[in-house]
Design a protein. Structure first.
Length: 668
């Protein structure tokens, strides 16, 4: 994969500084060993994900990468130290392939992103000491380890933003180099070095391979003018972010380059967006290949096992057939075999060694003696090897003909007994192989195509908790203190109903009657909704009491001497209780002013959705449960994991498999 050039990093850094200055740092993730994603919240914009890949790239991304269920050490430390911090600045260090992200929380922290060689990502404290690097590295002049002072890499080349004419001319003092290599090795890279020469050739004639010793001052000035023209385009922010394509060649650049005049060009609003399109799909393809390779290893393991088991079974069948045949050959040639056994036994009784007997039989066979024609050999223990009608027999002279034949028959019987176990093992392996292939297909299908996260225009109620009751009444609830405040102050009307779970840490809930009549079913469903979106869920309760009142009973005015926190209210007068409201939810896609995801009471979701998943308080983290849910209800790829996570209750969940099994049984 192409690594970002110094020019790319300069452009990206400028855009990031403008976009993220003042942004709040949210969670950090590490999808692969060399990729870290930092999430930011930008006022008025919302979530922004920044992807940093060691030695390769840094840019915002709308292509979410799959994250490990258990976060590695480095992103966990980032969460601990800088979550909630605000971005002070993002800048490129000295036009090098190093980016500094400076944030402030209780004190200043700096995230260093090294994009040269294999790269690194490093968290520094306010005294420039290393708190933790993603990778520990050590050179003679630099030690990237915890508690060591961070030293920037040795400066190489020039800073094209500050270099003057005399400094530029000094680059060509190296007589061992040529024009294009002089520019390339001084921080411009081959692409921009050749671009400068091409631009210079519009006014002067200079070959890129001209040795420095032969370059005239006029030519150097022509190169310098082309150099200034190129970098003035960057500093004046007249960039044209684009992806260029021609045949199998593809690149992402921030400017119109003469080298790519004949290429097809796709322009983007920002260079970050162009980089996201260029890199993210390639990285997702790489991740897909890595995961496919891992799955293939598992599949190959079972395929090799199956091949070995089938080969063993074939050998058993061959043994059965051969042993039966050899036993029959022995009986069919009884006299001939008996004669040669008698010869051996007679010789042994006369104190001949097996070696001498073998020589005698070999000579007799050579001399044409009929009884000796079946002889092939004799081992030091006296066991004969005979060949009758192209069938090799092992005969022990100490045994009778019948006993030698029985040895073969018994060998065949043993092989036959073993075939039963081999057949069972083969069937088990085939089943395991089918299962692992099915799992591979599902896993690969889920990651085959990276899905771009597009910011959706949410309806007003989607910014809250909400569901549509089984009789089509909208019920809304708060997500946090601010939205709890809004439920009462902004959305609760005189004819609505207010609900709240009778437990600390619960959502303010409102039934938007809009002329509909309150009934037991609506109260039951709304009570379950209020109970489930309360701390009862994270505490693992199966039921929770909920009360309901009329809007005029809800007040923000506290009793004398008391204080009400944001999102809290005083309830005056009689409370109506819904006892033992079920703490359980269902999630599905409902067609309500367009298709959208809805989480609510089971009966309400059943009334509006064909496919849905029932959840109960459990032990599975949100990201993991969201992956299971998306595989069950994602119609037409409508949902992303973020969509599902957004509607889940606070706390861990499990799918209620018993409920789904019972429903399946009822349907059948």
């Amino acid at each position: 994969m192409k690594s970002m050039s110094n020019v790319d990093i300069y452009t990206v850094s400028n855009e990031l500084n403008n976009l993220l200055s003042g942004a709040r740092v949210d969670k950090s993730f590490q999808p692969t060993k060399d990729i870290v994603v930092m999430r930011f919240h930008v006022p008025g914009t919302g979530r922004i994900d920044l992807v940093m890949q060691c030695g390769s790239r840094i840019h915002t991304s709308q292509y979410p990468l799959e994250n490990p269920t258990t976060p590695p050490t480095f992103p966990m430390l980032l969460r601990k130290r800088i979550k909630g911090a605000h971005v002070e600045s993002i800048r490129q260090h000295n036009f090098d392939r190093v980016v500094e992200i400076r944030v402030k929380k209780d004190k200043y922290y700096t995230i260093i992103v090294e994009l040269f060689d294999k790269g690194n990502i490093i968290l520094l404290d306010d005294e420039n000491n290393i708190i933790l690097p993603l990778k520990r590295k050590q050179w003679s002049t630099r030690d990237i380890s915890s508690k060591k002072e961070y030293l920037f890499p040795e400066e190489r080349g020039i800073n094209p933003l500050t270099v003057n004419e005399e400094e530029f001319k000094g680059l060509f003092d190296d007589e061992e180099s040529d024009a294009v290599r002089t520019l390339a090795k001084n921080g411009l890279g081959s692409l921009y070095a050749e671009e400068i020469i091409k631009r210079a050739n519009e006014n002067i004639d200079v070959d890129k391979n001209t040795p420095n010793s032969e370059i005239t001052e006029e030519q150097i000035m022509g190169i310098f003018n082309a150099f200034k023209e190129l970098f003035d385009s960057l500093t004046q922010e007249s960039i044209k972010p684009q992806i260029v394509k021609k045949d199998n060649k593809e690149d992402v650049v921030a400017l119109d380059l003469k080298k790519y005049d004949e290429f097809e060009k796709t322009y983007y609003e920002t260079f970050n967006e162009a980089c996201d399109e260029f890199y993210s799909k390639k990285v997702n393809t790489d991740i897909k290949n890595i995961k496919e390779s891992a799955w293939n290893k598992k599949v190959n393991k079972f395929e090799k096992r199956l091949h070995l088991q089938e080969e063993t079974l074939d050998n058993f069948y061959k043994t059965i057939e051969e042993s039966q045949h050899k036993g029959e050959v022995i009986y069919s040639n009884y006299p001939t075999i008996e004669n040669i056994i008698n010869v051996v036994n007679q010789a042994r009784s006369n104190d001949y060694s097996f070696k001498e007997i073998g020589k005698t039989l070999k000579k007799a066979k050579k001399d044409g003696m009929p009884e000796a024609q079946i002889y092939e050999g004799i081992d030091p223990m006296g066991v004969l090897t005979l060949n009758i009608d192209d069938t090799t027999l092992i005969i022990d002279p100490k045994l009778t003909i019948a006993e030698n034949a029985e040895n073969y028959y018994e060998k065949g019987k043993k092989a036959k007994r073993k075939t039963k176990g081999a057949l069972i093992a083969i069937e088990n392996t085939k089943k395991q192989l089918e299962d692992i292939k099915a799992k591979k297909d599902i896993a690969m299908e889920n990651i085959a195509v990276p899905k771009k996260r597009v910011k959706k225009n949410l309806k007003w109620y989607e910014k809250l908790r909400w569901f549509l009751s089984s009789d089509n009444v909208l019920v809304i609830g708060g997500r946090d203190a601010n939205s709890n405040e809004s439920i009462v102050k902004k959305y609760l009307e005189p004819n609505d109903i207010y609900l709240h779970a009778d437990i600390h840490g619960a959502s303010s809930t409102a039934i938007k009657l809009n002329g509909a009549k309150l009934n037991d079913t609506l109260l039951k469903e709304s009570g379950e909704f209020a109970a489930s979106f309360s701390s009862a869920w994270s505490l693992g309760f199966s039921t929770q009491d909920v009360y309901w009142v009329h809007p005029d009973q809800v007040s923000k005015t506290p009793e004398s001497g008391e204080f009400l926190a944001k999102g809290s209210f005083v309830i005056r007068g009689h409370r109506n209780y819904i006892r033992g409201a079920r703490v359980k939810l269902a999630i599905g896609i409902v067609d309500y002013e367009g298709k959208r995801i809805m989480a609510g009471p089971i009966e309400a979701v059943e009334a509006h959705c064909e496919n849905y998943v029932v959840l109960k308080p459990g032990f599975t983290k949100k990201e993991a449960i969201a992956k299971k849910i998306i595989g069950k209800i994602n119609e037409d790829d409508l949902l992303t994991l973020d969509d599902i996570i957004r509607v889940l209750p606070s706390g861990k969940c499990d799918i209620d498999e018993e409920y789904h099994q019972r429903k399946k049984y009822e349907r059948n």
